[in-house]
Design a protein around this ligand. Structure first.
Ligand SMILES: [Fe+2]
Length: 340
């Protein structure tokens, strides 16, 4: 991907000493692995509220992480945005972030979706839940553990275990139940598979429609997209799909986040803090969550219509930093049991 021209102009101006402090503090450079329509409103809202110009580079999280690594101290990145705490952890682990949670953020955003040292903050939530074929499943699984029950033999579908969503889910099971229980679970869910993993979460939902799978795991918003937008193979067929928010009587449903942190070499730390604060405001919370049919993290903003229709649920409130810390072990366990 070619560099953002505005970023280059800015860097050049500063390099030759033309900028001065006014120019240098009037922008924020964002590396984002999100690219939803509502994100435009988000950035426009920030520019309007603060007069600070937003420069953006968008790519996958792993590409942006590699880029920040190779740019090193000269990286123009002020803020890194990614989906899944496991990916934010990868950036943190690579030494690419720095503590930046302001008092405002700490007062607005619940503790469990923030890194304990402020390395990153979650600004919207996604739930990883169970979907099932209403016609073929009379007693749907109520827990993640139920997916391992022999009564679902040859009926369960998930995406591949190397995917960050699958790693983070198993990381949460390791945290809640220990390594041995997590391994037994992975082994049994694998043994219950209707087919080897293929495609993303949307493909698991499509496989309910096509009759290949009876019970699947997916992040909630892929289903909501099928209801509210036009997703081939899903839209128009969602009435036959039921859903369960797992573990309501035990740990609560596994949730993850879209989030952001300040880059370790941020050339504009002050505007970066302003942007990170802005993400916690009611307006930004609406855009940030609605852009991907996610749940806001603050208490004073309602979720958007089609998301609200899923119903209320109790979430697991373990600190999401644990997901990153258990990530390598989660992959090891999946590999051990041969979960592709
Ligand atoms: Fe996703």
């Amino acid at each position: 991907m070619s560099p953002n021209p505005r970023t280059l102009v800015l860097a050049a101006a500063v390099a030759v000493g033309l900028g001065g402090s006014a120019l240098a503090t009037d922008v924020v450079n964002i590396y984002s692995s999100r690219h939803y329509d509502n994100d435009e409103q988000l950035y426009a809202g920030f520019e309007k509220a603060t007069g600070i110009k937003v420069n953006r580079i968008e790519d996958s999280a792993d590409v942006l992480i590699a880029r920040m690594k190779s740019e090193g101290r000269n990286s123009p990145a002020d803020v890194f945005i990614a989906t899944d705490a496991g990916r934010l952890w990868r950036a943190e682990e690579a030494g690419l972030l720095q503590p930046a949670a302001s008092e405002y953020v700490v007062s607005r955003v619940p503790e469990h979706v923030r890194h304990p040292d402020g390395q990153w903050t979650g600004y919207s939530k996604r739930a990883r839940i169970i979907f099932y074929d209403k016609a073929d499943v009379s007693e749907p699984p109520q827990t993640y553990a139920d997916l391992a029950d022999p009564r679902f033999k040859d009926r369960v579908c998930t995406r591949s275990s190397s995917n960050i969503y699958m790693l983070s889910l198993l990381a949460s099971i390791i945290e809640n139940e220990g390594e041995d229980a997590a391994e037994a679970w992975a082994q049994s869910v694998w043994d219950n598979r209707a087919r080897d993993p293929q495609g993303g979460d949307t493909d698991q939902l499509r496989a309910i429609v096509s009759g290949e799978c009876d019970v699947v795991l997916s992040n909630h918003y892929y289903f909501v997209r099928g209801v509210a937008e036009d997703v081939p193979g899903l839209t128009g067929q969602t009435d036959q799909i039921g859903w369960v928010f797992p573990n309501q009587d035990t740990t609560g449903t596994h949730v993850n986040i879209s989030g952001a942190g300040m880059a370790v070499n941020a050339p504009h730390p002050d505007t970066a803090i302003k942007f990170l604060d802005y993400l916690a405001t009611p307006d930004a919370q609406r855009y940030f969550a609605a852009g991907n049919f996610e749940f806001p993290v603050v208490g004073d903003v309602e979720e958007a219509g089609p998301v609200a229709d899923l119903g209320r649920f109790r979430e697991d409130t373990m600190n999401l930093a644990r997901l990153g810390e258990n990530q390598a072990l989660a992959q090891e366990i999946y590999d051990r049991v041969g979960y592709k």
